[in-house]
Write a protein that binds this ligand. Sequence first.
Ligand SMILES: *Cc1c(COP(=O)(O)O)cnc(C)c1O
Length: 384
Amino acid sequence: MSPEAMKFNTRTIHGGQEHDKAYGAVMPPIYQTSTYAQTTPGGHKGFEYSRTHNPTRKALENAFASIENGKFGLAFGSGLAAIDAVIKLLRPGDEVISTNDLYGGSYRLFTKVFEGFGIKFHFTGMENASAIEDYVNEHTKLIWVETPTNPMMNIIDIEAVASVARKHNILLAVDNTFATPYLQRPLDLGADIVMHSATKYLGGHSDVVMGALVVKDKELADQLYFLQNASGAVCGPMDSFLVLRGIKTLHVRMQRHCENGKAIAEYLKDHPKVESVYWPGFEDHPNHEIAERQMDDFGGMVSFVAKGNDYAEAIRIVENLNVFTLAESLGGVESLAGHPASMTHASIPRGEREKTGVVDSLIRLSVGIEDINDLIADLAQAIG
Ligand SMILES: *Cc1c(COP(=O)(O)O)cnc(C)c1O
């Protein structure tokens, strides 16, 4: 079957994969090597040095490309290393327009690292794509979109942003960590670059830190491969193997994440001690209609604020959870609870945070794939 003809649930397992040439191993071996023997200078079998290429990493990169409907995949040592490579496509004086409700580490990399190298970032809500035009000028080179946003679960219309980007000849990159390609395929919607923290759903088991980029365009891919090798923030073969294994069950895990996420969002919405719940599947979510159009389901991330909007109450709830673990990160098989204001988003100044709704009492849940009754019972006892 041609790779293009494969359905998504087949691609997660077979996309871009071939059996090992040496012994027919069904899973690519972990090529734990830094270098490769040459018969004469330059005489090698396609691999020279593992910063540049590694066969296990290459198998994973092909899987990334396949599941995102792209042509070229790149694996990095972390999600932030992947973002770092994208921003290094730019030059001093260039400008970037980014969603304002964004992963704290991305915000920190943009403002604390790259602003120092003369790149200018504009942060804005992109719920209304035409508002982006206010920030476009001849220096604008990149639009950076996260959707659903972290942790407020806002939805950005990728197609609408892509048409603004195309009109002004600006690159569009989408951080697809929350949705995963099971729910949303940004390249099909007009994006140029898809980025992942593969640490989250793609790896899926909270046992590895990794980043990914996928593109369709050969010239853009070559620039990024150059940066991947030149800056060197690559991942090792063992981690590549783990994420490749994780991707093989992405579709079955995501199906359950979505079912459990929906059940928990609905439970919290009806809870008398809960003030607000943020989940794009609700019909009264401000961009529910866009979520329905561009996503196949609504995912396993749910944020909420308990009644009274009280910091101490939020801390009490997250400390009392037993099945949910209080921890940074998301997207693993186990349910996690986080307090963005003091954890993932602590690097964003309070004033900036609160503008986007990340108040001190917000709790973010990464709903895992445990039995839903146990998860709801845990929330019931913790909220009280
Ligand atoms: C975790 C995360 C990142 C950063 O990825 P790392 O693998 O931790 O470097 C970027 N974007 C989103 C949405 C994330 O959740």
